[in-house]
Ligand binder design. Structure first.
Ligand SMILES: [Zn+2]
Length: 449
């Protein structure tokens, strides 16, 4: 008999790879944070002496869900500036709040709140872009959460950096260097959008990103206004401007990609660009519908993200992929456009590829990191189960996620967070609500709503 740390016995296992597979009578063995075996139950019992056995007969086991784009600490601004289009939302709601409140302490508490919410919803990895990224990384490590930590870059001063050179040097010294070989943390540069950096800043960013061999993620073609303004100011659409500056390549994650032409989709495909699709944020801010079907037909790799909690307002990938599937069908007029299997793949395997983590996470395969989520399909709203993948995508709510492992460590056990003191966290969050609520007058609310 061999030892393994954990033997998980789910009712169903959807490994994502091989594509379209649903396994029953199956056991997943985990040792030293990695998936050691995926095998029939009887064979597993004959082979392994586990330290812990987890039986979940009404549950489906999936690779941990991946949130390909968020701003974790913005959970503390959840609901602060609702009901505004993107430009006004940023200018009148979010940027003033950030100017006043963003600090290391705020980012630590907001990121912890986000991680608690994401773990409860089956998310085991998030790709973040926010100020004080070194605190985001530190918090993720403290709570044993996987993260792609993006260093924000803009050409104006914030509480984190005074100018572009400082954003870049801090990103290199405080974020990239300390975590270069960390098992849970990878890093990238995250310029906010093309209208917040000069050509010179983009060139400096590209040179450093190439030197450090890290990817770049940016909000791109999110709204029609962004494109109109770019043409007025530079004579180019944002994607073309980035291409001319040498940034359109397989290291680029284009966040949103709502307003794109077929030629631009082709250009993104040819360059190997991935897209982080954030449909709920696009719906809430009135930004439009990203052409998911066109991306998929062109062969562009598309991941799925929640965006920040101030524009969603939840960090719930199950919710996000359900909405993505429904919108894709509605906008194409074809109910078979994005099946449940393809939607779930966007939130796992495809997202891992988009983040450069395809060898490590995104599917349940021997040797990959044991980043796993178990969802209870025994609830009334998910019964009966003809197809567990369909039930996950079209019926499962975040509170049906029962168990979550990140690199083999169980972070959610029967619906209970094991590494986060929720009452203490919520007390700190309440203190932030009191402070931020007192200091912010939402002038933007119209009286007739
Ligand atoms: Zn965003």
């Amino acid at each position: 008999m061999q030892h393994c740390d954990t033997l998980i016995l789910p009712g169903w296992c959807v490994p994502i790879e091989p594509r379209g597979t649903v396994l029953t009578d199956i056991a997943v063995a985990v040792t030293d944070g990695r998936i050691a075996d995926v095998m029939p139950v009887a064979e597993a019992h004959a082979k392994y002496q586990p330290t812990v056995t987890i039986e979940r007969p009404d549950h489906v086991l999936l690779p941990g869900l991946i949130n390909a784009h968020t701003h974790a600490a913005m959970t503390l601004f959840r609901g602060l500036a609702d009901g505004l289009p993107l430009e006004a939302w940023l200018r009148d709601g979010i940027w003033p709040a950030e100017k006043r409140w963003v600090s290391a302490e705020m980012v630590r508490d907001g990121t912890e709140l986000a991680i608690a919410e994401m773990l409860r919803g089956g998310i085991t990895c998030f790709s973040d872009q926010y100020f004080f990224p070194e605190i985001v990384a530190e918090t993720a490590v403290d709570l044993h959460m996987r993260a792609v930590v993006g260093t924000p870059v803009v050409d104006f001063p914030t509480s984190w950096a005074a100018d572009t050179a400082e954003y870049l040097s801090k990103g290199s010294d405080l974020v990239h260097d300390p975590y270069a070989d960390h098992p849970l943390i990878s890093t990238c540069f995250a310029p906010h959008s093309t209208d917040t950096l000069s050509d010179q800043s983009f060139v400096e960013l590209r040179v450093l990103a190439d030197q450090l061999d890290i990817p770049v993620q940016i909000h791109l073609h999110e709204t029609a206004t962004e494109i109109t303004r770019s043409i007025a100011q530079t004579g180019k659409r944002p994607l073309q401007r980035l291409a001319d500056l040498g940034l359109v390549n397989s290291s680029l994650l284009a966040v949103h990609g709502v307003h794109v032409t077929n030629d631009e989709i082709e250009q993104m495909h040819d360059a190997g660009v991935s897209v982080a699709h954030c449909p709920k944020s696009n719906l809430k801010l009135g930004s439009g519908f990203a052409p998911l079907n066109a991306y998929r037909e062109a062969g562009v790799n598309v991941a799925i993200g929640t965006d920040g909690a101030a524009s969603n307002n939840v960090l719930d990938i199950l919710d996000e992929l359900r909405i993505a599937a429904l919108i894709a069908n509605a906008t194409s007029g074809d109910a078979s456009t994005l099946g449940a299997e393809a939607a779930l793949r966007m939130a796992t395997f495809d997202a891992a590829e988009a983040l450069g983590l395809g060898n490590e996470i995104g599917s349940i395969e021997t040797g990959k990191s044991a980043d796993l989520a178990c969802i209870d399909l025994g609830r009334c709203n998910s019964q009966p189960v003809y197809d567990p993948v369909s039930q996950v995508v079209y019926t499962a709510a975040a509170d049906q996620v029962s168990d979550v492992w990140v690199a083999g460590r169980q972070q959610l056990d029967s619906g209970r967070l094991t590494g986060i003191e929720t009452p203490d966290l919520l007390a700190r969050v309440e203190e932030w609500r009191r402070r931020i609520g007192q200091g912010t007058k939402p002038e933007s609310r119209s009286s007739d709503q």
